[in-house]
Unconditional design. Sequence first.
Length: 80
Amino acid sequence: IEALQNAVRQIRTVEKSGSVDRAAAVGLVESCRQVAIEARSAIGEGYGSESEELKDFSFALQPVFRPESTESEYIKGVSK
């Protein structure tokens, strides 16, 4: 979970700095999302579709891939 959170945050930070264009950043975030989907599937298979592990995983990544605010660090990146 933390690796995906950090990856998306870093991608958006690099995008904000101008080092990568929006299309490349969107593609990288989509790749992270696909990894999360695959991980979710594996967790569901291993622990069950109604397990607390799966619910916790999904809940933790909700703000990463569906931020509630346009001010989210997962949309804007992190300023240094």
